[in-house]
Every structure is written in C-alpha cells, then in structure tokens.
Design a protein around this ligand. Structure first.
Ligand SMILES: C[S@@+](CC[C@H](N)C(=O)[O-])C[C@H]1O[C@@H](n2cnc3c(N)ncnc32)[C@H](O)[C@@H]1O
Length: 264
C-alpha cells in the first residue's frame, strides 16, 4: 500500500460553530446523561481487555471522551481544530494530564505514517458530507493492525426506515443533509447523517476491516427518559447495543475496525 501522505488541494472547512463564543458545546451535554453514558458504554465495550501505546481522539472537542482513552492507552492526544474547544479542554482535562492536545483537522493530522495504535472519532462525521479524505488520513496514521473506533449518526435507523417506507421509498445511500432550509441558505456548517453501508464501503476502500458493530442510543426519546429514568434506560441500552447491531437500529452506529496489514 502506498503510505505516502495525500496532500490536500485546499484546506478543509472546519465547523466554525465550535469556535463561536455564543455556542458552548459543553452545555449541549446538560441533561443528556443517557446519551453520554451510552457512548462511554460503547467505547468501553469495544475496547475491553485491550491496551495501546498511542491513541488519538480526532475531533474530540473539549475532551469529553478523550478521558476514557486513558484507561486503554499509555499516551492520548486530543486532536481538535477549534481553539475554543481546546481552551475548554484545558480546564475539563486538568485532572487527566496524560491527555495532550493538538490543534488539527481530520484531513491533515500531522502525525507520522503508522504512528498511532488507536483512533477514536465520535460525532464528527456529521460535519463531513464526503469523509473519504479524512478516513484515508486516519488509515495513514494508524499502524497495521491498529484499531479505529468510529461513531456516526445513522440515517438508516429503524424509525427513519419506517418513515421512508411509508412514502414508498428507501433510505438514500448518500449523506442526508439534516439542516433546516434557513440554515442551508445562511451557509451554515454541514450537518449530515450517513448510511452505514456507504460508510463501511469507504472504510474498506481506505484499508480497514470491520471487526465489531454496536447500535447506539437506542432509547433516545424524551418520553422514555421521563418515564424510565437514567438507570433503567442504561441497563436496557447495555442489552440492546449488541442485540440490535445487525439491524443498525439506533440513531448512532459504532464500529470497531482494524487497519489491514495488507496481507491476505
Ligand atoms: C459534536 S462535536 C464532537 C466532539 C467529541 N468528539 C465528542 O463526542 O464530544 C464535533 C467536533 O468535531 C470537530 N470538527 C469539525 N470539523 C472537523 C474536521 N474537519 N476535523 C476534525 N474535527 C472537526 C468540531 O470542532 C467539534 O469539536
């Protein structure tokens, strides 16, 4: 495989919203404990019993999930393009000095070829309507046999399939823009949901082998949160993540991939 770094023709636009002083991504997580802990659950499940030397949380924001990587890796880097997120991370991660920070975009990670053992990407792909370049860049920095944990918003989740079927249609395989018409006119940042089959195909072309799938945030519903409460919801989520994975049921898909070593 040609491991030469692909130079970008033009700098990729990052999601400026995360640098907007009026928008605090950390506040977004207030009252979203179910979603947060179901993500922690998925990461720990996918990485159980593994130990790595170098891990990187790409588009890791203020480090919400970087701190969990410390349990699985000796060195952890939070790679994030937004200075505002990195500034918040300095405070958020003050008790986790193992996590180093770098201002980087996913399309140009600036690590040596094959220098990482583990890459985590969560809630970033919805800002990348055409993520081929970023996924190739992640393949470049991972060593052969290295692990890639990817989470993305699932356009083919169960409810959406029913919605499309009711109109006599199939869920599109191409990314679906979920911004409002007003936001599109204002030229706001991309916000797309992806079809799992499309993403898996791109990943295979980039040199990854699929090892495991989980269905995430399966019970994301304000009504269920009210009726059941956090603990029972998370107990159910624990059972449902692997059980519903073959059907890509939930609004979030988790993949564990292995960087191919090129040998057949
Ligand atoms: C919804 S936040 C998710 C942050 C973190 N992964 C988490 O789950 O809490 C999306 C993050 O992706 C980052 N981002 C947007 N475009 C990016 C790009 N092209 N490369 C790397 N990160 C990007 C944003 O700055 C933001 O921190």
């Amino acid at each position: 495989m040609n491991r030469m770094r692909e130079k970008s023709s033009k700098p990729r636009r990052k999601s400026d919203q995360y640098d907007d002083p009026k928008y605090n991504y950390k506040d977004y997580w207030d009252n979203r404990e179910y979603e947060h802990y179901s993500e922690e659950m998925a990461i720990k499940r996918l990485l159980k019993g593994r130990r790595y030397k170098h891990a990187v949380d790409v588009g890791g924001g203020y480090g919400r999930l970087s701190k969990y990587l410390v349990q699985f890796s000796d060195n952890v880097t939070l790679a994030e393009p937004s200075q505002q997120q990195l500034d918040i991370a300095k405070i958020y991660l003050k008790d986790v000095p193992q996590v180093k920070q770098k201002k980087l975009q996913a399309a140009d990670l600036n690590f040596k070829d094959g220098s990482m053992d583990l890459v985590l990407v969560v809630r970033v792909l919805h800002h990348l309507p055409d993520p081929e370049r970023e996924l190739k860049e992640i393949a470049r920095i991972l060593k052969p046999g290295g692990t890639f944990i990817l989470e993305f918003a699932n356009d083919a989740h169960f409810l959406n399939r029913i919605r499309y079927a009711a109109r006599g249609k199939k869920v599109p395989k191409s990314p679906v823009d979920i911004r409002s018409e007003i936001n599109k006119k204002a030229g706001e940042i991309a916000f797309v949901n992806h079809h799992p089959k499309t993403i898996i195909k791109i990943l295979e072309q980039a040199g990854f082998e699929l090892e495991a799938v989980l269905s995430g945030s399966n019970l994301r519903s304000p009504r269920l949160k009210k009726v059941l409460g956090k603990k029972p919801l998370l107990a159910l989520e624990k059972v449902l993540q692997p059980m519903l994975a073959p059907f890509y049921f939930g609004p979030s898909v988790w993949l564990r991939l292995r960087k191919s070593n090129g040998k057949k």
